[in-house]
Ligand binder design. Structure first.
Ligand SMILES: C[S@@+](CC[C@H](N)C(=O)[O-])C[C@H]1O[C@@H](n2cnc3c(N)ncnc32)[C@H](O)[C@@H]1O
Length: 365
């Protein structure tokens, strides 16, 4: 396959992933938790074909309940009321809803202003940025492949936001820095498991956990989904209850970081004053009044610097055979002394080490 056609295939795959449609119940559960933030606010959904988006649906039908000032929704390369936006049109539309006028408490077509945009509705375009400037709170599920740019833009324009992303996005430099500086945190309603999303009709459903409803609409379950926000809520200020005491055996130090390893957030020792490495799911329960975040293990190319490198080590399978890879591949990971229980490990002939998943480094306040 030529480089360009393989690139096309890759970007087609990414585009497919970008077409995951959020379910109404997930929006209700999250937004309903922040009611006081929405009073008298202009809400923008800017990655949302208004004719199909559940975000538009939710805010239009709950306009009065939330006390909104205005709802603006823009589509991307789509101006037809097709069930799943295939991004086939070059233009896009903007919908403006100022609430119920005729007293039936339902958003009627004559109450919704439809304006054709000059461009394709790309959230980065000058035209879309002008719309963004008018908004108070941005709420959507942006395209996964553009998550970094998306969040950077709303922060640049100092907007409040509530958006869906993948937990992995935490390990992006741009996103982690925002979390570290307490400019972004995880939302309230999704802390584990998977969530169902609508997908286009031509989406290849090979994965486990897909569903087709009686009308032929396809759905897929996606793991690691989270809300990312800068809207405060009281539960994020509740302490994680810590019941364990520190002991060296259960919480050994890393071989390459000056910190102890904690495998599960609930096991964080209550009496340890130094730096601790915790799984990234710690952020699901992170209370900024209880802990300070100091960094991330550096495998992603940034984060706390590790003080040891494994270039002279060889990777070894659990059965003792060599994989042929050097220890370079584990540089920056959180590394423990000894062989791993199940997976591969690394050895220089004298010392054995194994690596763990990414860790966030924290310290008790
Ligand atoms: C993950 S889907 C979510 C759609 C909708 N927000 C929802 O949750 O149901 C992301 C949407 O962003 C649109 N999109 C892709 N690139 C975009 C861009 N550059 N600017 C604005 N929207 C974009 C896609 O067409 C897609 O409909």
């Amino acid at each position: 396959m030529s480089i360009s056609s393989s690139k096309n295939l890759h970007s087609a795959k990414l585009n497919k992933k970008d077409e995951f449609y959020t379910q109404l119940t997930d929006i209700e559960k999250e937004v309903g938790h922040y009611k006081k933030h929405f009073k008298n606010k202009i809400v923008l959904c800017n990655c949302d074909d208004p004719t199909v988006s559940n975000f538009f649906h939710y805010f239009a039908y709950n306009f009065e309940k939330l006390g909104l000032k205005q709802l603006i929704t823009t589509s991307y390369k789509s101006n037809t009321p097709d069930l799943f936006s295939q991004n086939s049109e070059e233009s896009a539309i903007k919908l403006i809803y100022n609430g119920d006028k005729n007293g039936d408490k339902i958003p009627n077509p004559e109450e919704i202003g439809i304006i054709r945009l000059k461009g394709d509705g790309d959230f980065r375009s000058a035209e879309s940025i002008e719309v963004l400037k008018k908004a108070d709170i941005v709420v959507t599920n942006p395209p996964f492949s553009l998550f970094r740019e998306y969040i950077a833009q709303i922060i640049d324009y100092k907007k409040k936001f509530l958006i869906i992303g993948n937990l992995n996005a935490i390990t992006y430099k741009e996103v982690f820095k925002l979390i570290e500086k307490r400019k972004v945190w995880l939302g309230y309603s999704i802390r584990s498991g998977d969530r169902e999303f609508g997908v286009p009709h031509d989406y290849p459903l090979k994965a486990a956990g897909y569903r087709v409803d009686e009308d032929g609409n396809k759905f897929i379950r996606v793991k690691g989904v989270r809300w990312f926000t800068n809207l405060d809520y009281k539960e994020r200020h509740e302490d994680i209850y810590l019941y364990k005491k520190f002991n060296k055996k259960e919480f050994p130090k890393y071989d390459n970081y000056d910190a102890i390893n904690v495998n599960v957030t609930k096991d964080i020792p209550s009496d340890y004053k130094g730096v601790m490495g915790v799984p990234i799911t710690f952020l699901d329960r992170y209370n900024p009044d209880q802990f300070e975040i100091l960094g991330l293990s550096q495998k992603t190319g940034f984060g706390l610097k590790s003080n040891k490198f494994y270039d002279k080590f060889k990777e070894i399978r659990n059965d003792g055979s060599k994989t042929g890879s050097s220890g370079k591949k584990t540089n920056g990971n959180p590394v423990m002394r000894g062989k791993s229980n199940k997976g591969n490990y690394f050895s220089d002939g004298r010392t054995n080490v194994h690596s763990l998943y990414a860790r966030i480094f924290i310290r008790k306040k």
